[in-house]
Every structure is written in C-alpha cells, then in structure tokens.
Design a protein around this ligand. Sequence first.
Ligand SMILES: [Zn+2]
Length: 70
Amino acid sequence: MDAVFCFSCRHFQTDSGVEDSFRKGLSDWKKLSSKLEKHAHSQAHLNCMVKWDNYKIAQHLTTRLGLWKQ
Ligand SMILES: [Zn+2]
C-alpha cells in the first residue's frame, strides 16, 4: 500500500488530537500537499514533535552518560 504517515505522530501521539490518517497512513493523495501543510502546523503534531525531541535527548543522555543502565 502506498501511504504517507507522520513519523512523530505515529510513534509519539498520546492524545486523540492527531487525525487518524497521519497515524495510520494517508492513502488518499488528493490535495496531499495542503493536507501535509495543515498537519505540520497543527498543535497536536507540534506536541508530538516535542515528545520526539525529548525522546532523542533522553536517548543521547542514556548513551553519553550511561543513565538507566544496570
Ligand atoms: Zn504529525
């Protein structure tokens, strides 16, 4: 299936604010660019991006400082 989905929303979405199409895969390619544009500026998406950033920072710290290792 050819589908587009939003990585950060798919993996870090915890509330119901994100449209299902961006979490499960958007296969309707009509007006795709305007849908992407709208999604990129939605608050729900921005929240997911922050969570993704925090995750990356946590990963970095874990690797660099050996945090959470037994
Ligand atoms: Zn998104």
